[in-house]
Structure formats: structure tokens, C-alpha cells
Design a binder for this molecule. Sequence first.
Ligand code: GLC
Length: 723
Amino acid sequence: MDNQQLLDLIDRMTLEEKIAQLLQLAAPFYEGVEDEGQITGPMQAMGITDPMIASSGSILGYARAAGAVRVQEAHLKKNPHGIPLLFMADIVHGFKTIFPVPLAMGCSWDMELAERSAEIAAREAAVSGVHVTFAPMVDLVRDPRWGRVMESTGEDPYLNSLFAKAFVRGLQGDNLKEETERVAACVKHFAAYGASEAGRDYNTVDLSERQLREYYLPAYKAALDEGCEMVMTSFNTIDGIPASGNEKLMRGLLREEWGFDGVLISDWGAVKELIPHGAAEDEREAAYRAIRAGVDIEMMTSCYVHGLPELVREGRVDEALIDESVLRILQLKEKLGLFDNPTRGASPERAAEVIFSREHRDAAYEAAIKSIVLLKNEGGVLPLSPEAKVALIGPFASSGDILGPWSWDGSTEDAVKLDAALSERLGKDRLIVAEGCGIERGTDEHLLAALKAAAEADVIVLALGEASEMSGEAGSRSDIRLPQAQLELIDSIAGLRKPTAAVLFNGRPLDLHGVYDKTGAVVEAWFPGSEGGAAVADILLGAVDPSARLTMSFPHSVGQVPVYYNHFNTGRPLGAADAQVRYVSQYLDAPNDPLLPFGFGLSYTTFGYDGLKLSSDEMTADRPITVSVNVTNTGARAGTETVQLYVRDIAGEVVRPVRELKGFVKLELAPGERGTAVFTLGEEQLRYHHSDLSFGSDPGRFEVFVGRSSLDTLKSSFILKEN
Ligand code: GLC
């Protein structure tokens, strides 16, 4: 259908039918869904009538190949104009083949890998009947108390933007109408949900507009520049107004300034939440503010269907606002080809062929090995010697809970567990397994069995971490250490004074007190997905070299939070030449720097840096400079180094961060091999939002840092001159 045909269709619809297109309901409301029995409860509670369901626009959270065909066909018979449903679901890092959580994927610094993971997730979702996925989540994060940091790729706007583009490319492909095994992407949560105060989910966000534009908005914009079809509102307030009713942010910035004319969907219940937020007296008022803000689809509440008809008839809401929302929704259905092909990619045959295929699991394995970060390795604990007798101890030794909180159709039973993977590689006679304790509780009996296992082994691998529900949505923690039972287990094992490696399965940077100081090696596996156990085993045994680098800082303790690499210097920086002993920006009881900084990660080999060179010590807008550095593999094993380029603008119209990531180069080097990383740095990369929100660079002196992490670099400098 062309636009005129869509407009003609809208003209034929009643006001109630148009408003119902703005309604998204969860699967149980629809005929043909296996668990239809659940309809009456929520339906009565929400006052949803059959005609509303018949005219509704989209279904949330249903993905079954045959079922999707059944539900769509049943719906088409009921919809007065034969308008198909949009099927939407949360395929965030995999459908059935689960990839590492995005915070892990972020540590790969590998955009092709990210794109490939998204393409596979889209294929498995599309053949199961999904048309739109609520991904990528690109919220910038600086507070590990927040449970949803696992869904993000970290604390840097530049890297988050690259990942946002890669995920959108993988999900959407080039032509959603022809490529029926891709899905439309929905970038979320707009905006700045990651800045929830105190890391408490759904909490207030209060930032200057400059801070918002400089750090939190770039990744959403990057997703939209890559053609992302949909945006989801966030639960939080921005400048005192909840995002789902925030006209300045949505209609002003997103639609008018950025020119986004795609579909804007609320998060679950977020329109009605304007009431508890204190931004609306009742559902009518909530509907009024949301439609004026430009929210097209109301997810799982019924303010629109109950409130908008009267508001339009009273003349408080112009029916044109309804029509523009309906048009955007119908345009998306047209882009997906649903009018001609309403069941689109749904195919039981294809589902049987592609879902959880070996090819997909191999891709998940590759993503996992590239996302696992080696945080410590002293005394040669790792890689494990092939002859060693290993005691594998801990609540994650045999656990399948390694998929993370958004693992949709992923099966913990089918996940490759660490004990099985190690047993396959070491042989049963060289592996002893003991749980040692539960995730949050332990018993003396378990502990004794673990100590006995450890006593028989040459080396100990502790498999520790957080249950998946300890992070993710509504998974905020005020104490980000491992649970006490696990700390006690580590302490007991440490008493044996045997080589010990801790492997962490978790969804956030943790306070590693009692872990980092008590073990010789620490491996951050995050939630590594369906092939996680195999990937961890191969890293532990040195079959592959750990190459991942952190994209979110690990604090010494929660007392330092928020702690992030691109911070300001302050007027009394610690460590300055003329710094006083006391009156500087510091803690009395902790360092300022995190335990492990942004960009940090170890390999089994080492890399030496020398010869940092700039093509010129002057840059103009017309004349970029080249930055190069030599990197030598100074160890005995091949490895991959992620050479990172940072800049610091020494003086700006507003103060500038002490480091800003502007590029990275990966070098795979054999033992003794020397490579050169070359970067081009241009004036456009030095631009930032000034106090008047204008975006531009300031002439003056800049420092350049090149190295293995944000805190371990060689330094040089250049002058940016007016043209
Ligand atoms: C949740 C999440 C959002 C998700 C939506 C639909 O509350 O905030 O990320 O896409 O509901 O499940």
C-alpha cells in the first residue's frame, strides 16, 4: 500500500478503531494463544472490550511459529479493515541461541560480532513470528547498582554509538519487506534511563540538557541514523517530566529536531505511570500528555482507549494527532510487508531448521570467548596446565543460569555448563566438582565437601556470581559484592594456599573485595550465554587467548559510585604537582580511581608500547593528524591487543573530561611480533556541546593518550588551530 492508500484506510476507520491501533496488549488477550485462559482477569481489570482487541494494533511477547500464524489469521478475521497485528518481543541478546549479555558483548569491542549476533537473533525471532524486537538498549551507564547495566554496552558514548549501529544493522538488514528473517529494531529507553538516581530502577533522572546531549543521547541518535524503525520511551522523568509525557524531549527533540518520524512506543505501563509520577491526575490526563508528546503506542495500559475518544470529542485533542500516530503504525506494517504477507517470516519449517542450530551456537561461542575479560592472573595460575588436577567449586560449577535476565526462549538446561565443558576437556579423572555453597546460602556440609575436593587438586577454579534475577530489570543492589556465603567459601579455599582462579558469572561490575584480593586469577565471564561453559573452559585452558576489555569501570567499592573514566578533573585534582595533602578531591578511606578502569583487560601474553608519533603537532579543521604507536607482543603466546586512543581538551568553554575515547585498533600479534596501530584524528572528533548547546570544537592544546586502557597510556599533545 502506498501512503495515499494508507490515508484512505484511515479515513474509513472510526475514531475508536483508530485509537485501538495505538493499543498494545500482551499475548493472552488474543485468540489462538496457548494460554488464552488468562484473558478474563487482566481484561476486566483494564476494561478492555472485544472490539478493542479486534481493532488493536500490536501484540506483545508472543513468538511461536505456528501460533503466530494462527493468532494473525484469527485477528485478520476480526479486524473490521483487515489490518494485521504487529508482533513485538524482547529479543535483546538472542532468541533461543543466547549470546552474551550486551555488557559482555560490549567488552569484545567487535562490531562485526555484534552485528552477527543481532542478525542471528533476528532470524530466530522472525521465523517464530516476531516483527519488531525491543532492542538495542543503548542506555549509557555509570552506576553498577542499577540492575540493567547488563543490557547496556557501557559508559562510553562513542563505543555505545558504534554498538547501537551494529545491532540495528544486524537486526534490520537492508530491506525489511524483502528480508523476512530480519526484524525492525526499537532503540530504548529514551532517554537516559541509565542515569536513574542511586542506581535504583525506575528512579528520577535529573541531568543538565548539556550532559544529556553530550553523553546520554548520542547512542540513540546513532541507532536512528542507522535507520532504526522504532523508539521506546523510558520510565524515568527527564527534567521533572516523565519521558512518556515529555513533549520537549519527544515531540521537540526526537521528532522535530532529529526528524524521527517512526513509531514511538511507551514502555510497559509507562503512560499510566504518569499518574503515580505525579504528572497526571487520571488516565484521561495521562492520555492527553502522552499523545501530545507523540507516543504512538501505549504498551499494556488502556489510557488511550478509555481517555482519547472523549478528549477528541471535547476538542482537547486534535484528531489529527491520532491520525498521525495511526499512519506511523500502518507505515511500519507496510514497511514490514504485513498487508501483503501478514504472517511474514513465521514458519515452523524454518524454525525447526535454524533455531539453536550448530551454526548459531558456534556464533554464540565465538561471542562468548571474545566477551570474557581476564581481570587478574598472578603466579601463572592461568592458563590451567593440561596435566593439572582441577577442583571446580562454587554455585556456578554446574549451573545453567548463565544466560542472563533477558534470555527470552533460551534454555538453561541446554546451556553448556562449566563442569561439563571442563570434564570434556580434562577428562573425568582430572576434574573434581563440588558446589561449595549456594548463590546466597551455604552449609557446613557443602563447605567441607568443597575443602575435601580442593585438598585433592593441584589447582582450584571457583565458579561464582549472581543469580540472573539479581540483575536486569528491577534488579538494583545497594551492596554490589558477592553474597556473603560465596565470600566465606573463597576465604576458606584461600586458606589452603593453592593456586586458585575465580570465574565470575554476573550482570554488573562488582565490588570485588574478598575476591580479587583472595585469588591469584579472576575471570569476568558475565552471563556468557548458551555456549558460556565451553567458552570459559577454553579460556581457562588457554585454548583461546582472553582479549576482551572492560567498557564499564569496576569500583573499589559501592562508596565510589558513580566512578567512570571520562570524568572531569576538578579544581583540586588528586595527584597534581602542587596538590596539598588534604585539601584535594579525594576520599579519606579509598582511592579515586576504580579498581579496574574502562578499557582494562589482560591477555595470557604481554604487550609493550613504544614510538608514539603524531604526524604534526598542529591540527586544523582541514588538516587532521595521524597518530601511530608500535606494539610488541613481549610474551610467549599469541594474543590480540585493543589499542585505545583517547584525547583530553586541556581547556574548553565548559570543562572537558580527562579522557575521551576517540578510536581503537585491534592487533593480533604472534610472540615477539611488532605491529603498528595507526589512527586518524580530525577536528570533528573534538567537537562537544558548549554551554549554549552549540556543538563545536575550541582551538587550543589537546593531549593524546594511546594505550591498553584509559589509565595505562603513552602521552603526547597537539594544538588545534583555527583554519
Ligand atoms: C519492560 C522493559 C522494556 C521491555 C518492555 C516489554 O518493562 O523496561 O525494556 O522492552 O517491558 O517487555
